[in-house]
Design a protein around this ligand. Structure first.
Ligand code: PHE
Ligand code: ZN
Length: 883
């Protein structure tokens, strides 16, 4: 629990470590309640240390120290050291030559509900050490710039812990007395302790292998609880795809003889890239056609890729300090995005990523917790695994890719790997490698790392008939964020294309450099710049910020006609979709005002025509087609408003969806029926696309409340043998009035009660329903026997879904949603501060609402902040959002 005055850590205070650790030999005698840890460290004073301090300060929390021996013969007494709640300070250690420390301590995995360090998940022992969990295992220099070679011996009961895993290669094993056995693992690569892992338990294993480009055979193993062994095939295939992709695209091979993945049911995050021994949330491993949706399949491939790619971007080259987190996370997200795009549809993947960035990261960047992708201060580092560090970080890497081109980017990556392999480095080192390999000056670009907030780009067009020119005047501006009142100018790549009246692409010849290319990347570096295109006999339509070439908000005057034109003709798949979003978005924004002022709602015919045109075309990529038919989300619409009005947003948006369903009923029904066929277990783009467009149609039609569509839903629910179709049907049954709702929910629960991940879906669907009884339902779900505050996936399914995916009811004006969240955060914080702090998120955006809601939200935030012994994690989020 929190000390009275939580300390802020600053990037500017960074100092090299005073001591280095060369090797670590760990010995664990495993037990649920009393695991014994023996650690033998070989240390030496760091010759580069700037400090005059000679004491050795090791981090350690919740440890029971048994004994310390210096240089194998000198047992330290209490006069030689001092223990604080967070550290072990040894007053006097050799300064001139290397020395060893043998430290023995005990830990209690069963009592560890925070799921950091060594903990228990369904009887299995496992670890989570990033960011600072290793200090809950033993005393250590728990910082990423201390890299050591680890050898780990695990000793445990043969029946309880038949499988004993750690990083690297298995080098020895044997039997002990008392029905115990032991295994020794050696990791030949130096690593920071946050990449350490161990797993022990009764696990089944799926095995395969991969032969690398240079012909080395790597063993691949996925470990799961016994009953899940039939759900590992997709994860294994994804791993092989990722390994091949990293060889092809980045020239990077895997470096150990063994790659292990373990799936655990209790996990705070998605997955963890521990060297050679990834530990995953079951959600991102387990899939069978009848239990996992198409989107689950995609996420699994993405996360498996992400953790695999970390082997080079994170493990071989790691972060100097936690302020550099985006060095590994932003880069690795960029890599996994590209991998997923190459594996399925680049267009769809890009749209989904931008959607998430714009609804969630933009909100973070505009709120009280806004921070640069490389933050400069934190209280609790766990709070900085954010959308900004990850997703905006990936956008920044993507801009480098755009500015340098694929080849230049690859050269930069090669230079980075070559310069820094085996080191702990900074974001700046990454940019420097890009500069060196390309002979470019990226100094202004570097500001993306230090500056928070989403820049707004305003574009004004000026076409001159006499000169046959189109001038684009582009301005950039970024509003202040907490701690950054004045913003510097950024280097922003803006990709532009031009279309003639018929919708054909035309060459983009800039006045100063006529290349004849059909697309240009404008380099915006000043507050205002004018770019003039020449040789334009008629006024073209400009397609701006193609492929979302920078994480900015683009504002410009666009008529509905121009947007409809781009929706029909833009060759850039992102901007084509974006035009549709803006078209509908503008109309819904108008309807929100109408609804607030009590005027009747009318849908302009241009929207219906635009949808008709999309529906009448034939689409090869049905997933992309589905996205063109999807309206901007309530979250995205909220982002556009000065004062968020959840009721008006919901009402206006639902009005548009229902009207479209009425007006396009025959087309949508045909689309449903044409694509409804039995192809369970098929995961090619065609089958996925057919399921997607079919379920989008069904969702539109469900708003009509007619019996025929209700029957389609029930029938699809009853007969589906893939989870995509079954859950889509159930969602419609739960979200709109349906006579069989309770019956279907009961059936579903009975059928799937043994499958935790499927039951999470059952909880999530009910928690996010717009139906009027949603709050009462959520309250009763938290009393359901299968609800458990100790299981993060379940907490996210119920509390996360209600507070993040059900704005309408969470923001009910009586404040009951806010109080509900605060109650659960306070209760959860005692068990798991990291997850509690994440759950608090939705309350932090209180400034975006009307005064009544602001007060209600603030009251709950204050209650959370002032509740006794609140964690540092929750304290930081609550206090900063109230500042
Ligand atoms: N490093 C993990 C990833 O992004 C995320 C993570 C952070 C997992 C902290 C657990 C704890 O791949
Ligand atoms: Zn990561």
């Amino acid at each position: 629990m929190r000390d009275a005055n939580p300390q802020t850590i600053y990037l500017k205070d960074y100092q090299v470590p005073d001591y280095l650790i060369h090797t670590v030999e760990l010995n664990f005698t495993l037990d649920e309640r009393r695991t014994q840890v023996v650690s033998r460290l070989s240390l030496a004073r760091n010759p580069n240390s700037q400090s005059s301090e000679t004491a050795l300060v090791l981090a350690g929390e919740n440890l029971k120290l048994i004994r310390i021996v210096l240089n194998d013969d000198q047992e330290l007494t209490e006069a030689d050291y001092h223990i604080t709640p967070e550290s072990l300070i040894i007053h006097d250690v050799p300064q001139q030559r290397p020395f060893t420390l043998n430290i023995e301590n005990e830990i209690n995995p069963k009592a560890n509900t925070a799921l950091e360090g060594l903990y228990l998940s369904n009887g299995m022992l496992c670890t989570q050490c990033e960011a600072e969990g290793f200090r809950k295992i033993t005393y250590f220099l728990d910082r990423p710039d201390v890299m050591a070679k680890f050898t780990t011996t695990l000793v445990g009961d043969k029946d309880r812990y038949p499988i004993l895993l750690s990083n690297g290669n298995l080098i020895a094993q044997g039997d002990d007395d008392n029905n115990r056995h032991w295994v020794t693992w050696e990791d030949p690569f130096s690593k920071p302790c946050y990449l350490f892992a161990l797993v022990a338990g009764q696990l089944e294993c799926l095995e395969d292998s991969f032969t690398t480009l240079s012909g080395r055979k790597v063993g691949l193993q996925i470990f799961v609880e016994q009953h899940d062994i039939d759900k590992c095939g997709h994860a294994m295939q994804s791993l092989k795809n990722a390994m091949a992709w990293d060889e092809q695209v980045y020239g990077r091979e895997y470096d150990l003889d063994l790659y292990m993945i373990v799936a655990v049911s209790h996990f705070n995050m998605g997955a963890m890239e521990n060297k050679g021994l990834n530990i995953f949330n079951t959600k991102f491993v387990l899939a069978r056609p009848d239990t996992a949706t198409d989107s689950d399949y995609e996420h699994i491939e993405g996360v498996i890729g992400h953790e695999y790619f970390h082997n080079w971007t994170g493990n071989r080259i790691t972060c100097r300090d936690w302020f550099q987190l985006s060095l590994k996370e932003g880069f690795t997200v960029f890599r996994d995005q590209e991998f997923s795009g190459d594996r399925s549809s680049k267009a769809v993947k890009r749209i989904e990523d931008v959607n998430m960035l714009r609804t969630r990261q933009f909100a973070e960047d505009a709120g009280p917790l806004a921070h640069p992708i490389r933050p400069d201060a934190y209280i609790e580092i766990n709070n900085f695994y954010t959308l900004t560090v990850y997703e905006k970080g990936a956008e920044v890497v993507r801009m480098l890719h755009t500015l340098l081109g694929s080849e230049g980017f690859r050269k930069g990556c090669d230079c980075y790997f070559q310069r820094h392999d085996g080191q702990a480095v900074t974001c700046d080192d990454f940019v420097s490698a890009m500069e060196a390999a390309n002979g470019r000056d990226l100094n202004q670009f570097r500001r993306w790392y230090s500056q928070a907030g989403t820049p707004v780009i305003h574009v004004i067009e000026n076409y001159r008939t006499d000169e046959k020119t189109l001038a684009l005047t582009i301005k950039q501006h970024c509003a202040p964020t907490p701690g950054q009142p004045a913003k510097e100018l950024l280097h922003i790549p803006i990709t532009v294309g031009l279309l003639d009246k018929q919708g054909n692409a035309i060459p983009c010849n800039l006045q100063e450099s006529a290349t004849g290319n059909y697309e240009v990347i404008l380099q915006l570096t000043a507050a205002e710049q004018t770019f003039t295109f020449t040789g334009l006999a008629e006024k073209p339509v400009a397609s701006i910020l193609r492929n979302f070439s920078a994480p900015v908000k683009l504002t410009m005057e666009r008529s509905l006609d121009e947007l409809a034109f781009l929706l029909s003709y833009d060759s850039d798949t992102f901007n084509r979709w974006e035009a549709g979003q803006q078209l509908v978005g503008q109309v819904i924004t108008g309807l929100i005002v109408d609804s607030q002022q009590g005027r009747p709602l009318n849908l302009p015919p241009i929207i219906i025509d635009a949808f008709k045109r999309v529906l009448s075309q034939s689409w090869e990529d049905l997933s992309y087609f589905s996205l063109l038919l999807s309206l901007p989300s309530e979250g995205y619409l909220a982002e556009q408003m000065q004062v968020v009005d959840v009721e008006a947003i919901h009402k206006a948006r639902e009005f548009v969806v229902r009207t479209l369903a009425e007006q396009l009923q025959p087309e949508l029904e045909a689309l449903y029926l044409d694509n409804h066929r039995d192809e369970s277990g098929q995961f090619d783009a065609g089958a996925i696309g057919r399921r997607r467009i079919k379920n989008v149609s069904l969702s539109f039609l469900s708003r009509l409340g007619n019996e025929k569509v209700q029957q389609w839903s029930t029938q699809q629910f009853n007969t589906a043998n893939n989870m995509t179709d079954q859950i889509a049907a159930l969602a419609n049954i739960v979200n709109y009035p349906h006579p069989a709702k309770q019956e279907c929910l009961t059936l579903f629960y009975q059928k799937w009660q043994q499958e935790a991940l499927v039951i999470d879906k059952w909880f999530a669907i009910q928690a996010s329903s717009p139906m009027p009884d949603a709050f009462a339902t959520v309250v009763s779900l938290t009393a359901h026997p299968a609800f458990d505050l100790g299981t993060p996936n379940r907490v996210r399914a119920v509390i996360g879904s209600f507070t993040q995916a059900n704005s309408l009811h969470f923001h009910a004006v009586n404040g009951q949603g806010y109080e509900f969240l605060a109650n659960h955060v306070i209760a959860l914080d005692i068990l798991n501060p990291q997850v509690a702090s994440r759950m608090l998120g939705p309350l932090t955006s209180w400034r975006r609402f009307d005064p009544t809601r602001q007060n209600l939200m603030k009251t709950q935030l204050e209650r959370v902040m002032n509740s006794p012994s609140i964690s540092r994690d929750v304290y930081e989020v609550a206090s900063k959002s109230l500042m």
